[in-house]
Write a protein that binds this ligand. Structure first.
Ligand SMILES: [Zn+2]
Length: 286
């Protein structure tokens, strides 16, 4: 009986590995999921402790990935909010081979229809529209659905005269949607301009990693641009730049701290101070 169980467990593990074979980053979880290793300091942390610290390592302060819903729970008063546009799903406008299968695979893996979650609720009693990009879904690349959801969120904030916060995290444009993907850059920026003209506050909160067309559009347009510690923020990645320019880039290039030193980012805020900082900024601009 014991050997059958062991064999079954092995088969399940093989199957999971097969499903995750595109994931280059190996999951560091131990099988029962009670403990996790910090990818920065390698110390063993209880998964529950990590959850209580919003996925920040209690030993070294390294910010691990936090999913969109855990972030929203921590941000809104009593973890209460309303989610919008939940049923929007990508089509395959260019007939890109294998795209539908890929979308289905990520839907199954993450339970999301796309890498963008739009929510509305109160932060310290102030009504706010919040967008969170969740890179578990195809690196939260910006296709028509991501762009449309973000645009609708901005337009809703403008219509309701509310401040807007966008937590960015993205691999950039979604290549499977070609030009439809690229036009989302202009569309989101135009909506933000109308939000700005209405005299409303927009805070961009850059999280690891924010790259490509997202950096080149709404991510850098905040009235206030905040970044999480050590977040990678850039257009092309450092390796691409090094090989194209044939130069060595300085240490910490494209990291939040480097960007703050060079005036691209207004401030770096640790995740555990996220809610208090945002509440203060909202209060100052109310
Ligand atoms: Zn650590």
């Amino acid at each position: 009986m014991d050997s059958i169980w062991k064999k079954r467990k092995q088969q399940l593990q093989d199957f999971r590995r097969y499903l995750n074979k595109d994931n280059k980053v190996k999951k560091q979880e131990v099988p029962d999921g009670l403990y996790q290793a910090c990818p920065n300091c390698n110390s063993t942390i209880r998964t529950l402790d990590l959850k209580n610290h919003l996925q920040v390592c209690p030993q070294c302060g390294h910010h691990l990935f936090i999913d969109a819903y855990a972030r929203l729970d921590a941000l809104f008063d009593h973890g209460k909010y309303k989610e919008y546009y939940t049923s929007m799903k990508s089509g395959n406008p260019l007939g890109f081979p294998g795209y539908e299968e890929k979308l289905e695979k990520y839907e199954y893996k993450t339970g999301l229809h796309d890498g963008v979650v739009v929510a509305g609720g109160r932060i310290d009693h102030m009504r706010t529209i919040v967008v969170v990009m969740d890179h578990r879904f195809m690196m939260a690349s910006m296709g028509s659905v991501a762009g449309e959801k973000i645009t609708r969120a901005i337009e809703m904030a403008t219509r309701k005269k509310l401040p807007l916060i966008i937590f960015t995290s993205s691999g950039g444009a979604r290549m499977q949607e070609g030009i439809f993907s690229l036009m989302q850059m202009g569309k989101t920026c135009a909506a933000l301009k109308r939000h700005l003209d209405a005299g409303l506050l927009y805070i961009s909160y850059l999280t690891h990693p924010t790259t490509g067309g997202v950096t080149a559009s709404f991510a850098m347009l905040g009235d206030i641009n905040i970044a999480e510690p050590e977040a990678l923020v850039g257009f092309a990645g450092p390796r691409v730049i090094e090989s194209t320019m044939k130069t060595k880039l300085p240490d910490g290039f494209q990291r939040a701290e480097f960007l703050e030193d060079h005036g691209f980012v207004d401030m770096i805020v640790e995740r555990e101070k996220m809610r208090d900082t945002l509440a203060l900024l909202l209060r100052m601009h109310a």
